[in-house]
Write a protein that binds this ligand. Structure first.
Ligand code: RP5
Length: 213
């Protein structure tokens, strides 16, 4: 059994005190459920593979790993370059499903062929993250390289540097067959809603000038 993440615990604790509810259960209950999660068996059994073309992509791609950790979804993180280590990329793509990976998140910048090439070799759903690399043409090079896949080999492409949404999308795919993960995702959304409502109330009470400080 794996520990729930610190942030989920903190959220659960404050929600327990304030009685925040998700459906007819508290986030505290969801936290306890997360410790008995259905997806994967622990860090040694990752169900999401996060791959990137270079270590320079890590500051972006780690946002997917952080989000998945918050949702208690085990993932692995690897550097697999389509251009510099093509055989390593093919081996990763060919073995991912048999190792228990169920969704791949692939991020790259520039001539970003990694997500599409992983998708061409691998039967799993691939979520592509265009990265704005240091030599980028404003990010359009990687966006178009990942987005414009030929019919038959899809890559679900998120926004430029949108690794957090890639993590959420991967969790949503897994949650279609995991009700406890679906509840954790609902709690996550509920938390977002509460944050915006809090800001909206403060803005209304204080007026925009004082609010923007
Ligand atoms: C791509 O080239 C990588 O995904 C990275 O975004 C970009 C630049 O790589 P580095 O030169 O920083 O290693 O393959």
């Amino acid at each position: 059994m794996m520990k729930a993440t610190t942030s989920l615990r903190k959220k659960a604790h404050s929600d327990e005190k304030s009685g925040n509810m998700v459906g007819n259960t508290t986030i505290a209950t969801l936290s306890a459920q997360s410790e008995r999660r259905q997806v994967g068996k622990g860090p040694e059994n990752p169900v999401v593979g996060i791959v990137m073309g270079s270590k320079s992509d890590l500051p972006v791609l780690k946002q997917a790993a952080e989000l998945l950790r918050e949702l208690d979804v085990p993932c692995e993180v690897r550097i697999v370059s389509a251009h510099r280590t093509p055989l390593r990329m093919v081996e990763y793509a060919q073995t991912a499903a048999s190792r228990g990976i169920r969704v791949v998140i692939a991020g790259a910048g520039g001539a970003a062929h990694l997500p599409g090439m992983i998708a061409s070799v691998c039967p799993l759903p691939v979520v592509g993250v265009p990265v704005k690399s240091s030599q980028s043409m404003d990010g359009w090079d990687s966006v178009l390289s990942i987005l414009q896949m030929p019919a038959g080999i899809p890559v679900a492409t998120v926004a430029l540097n949108g690794a957090k949404n890639a993590g959420i999308l991967a969790a949503q795919i897994l949650a279609t067959s995991d009700s406890t993960l679906a509840e954790r995702l609902a709690a996550y959304r509920n938390h977002l809603r509460q944050q915006v409502e809090k800001d909206a109330n403060h803005l209304e009470k204080q007026g925009w000038q004082e609010f923007s400080g």
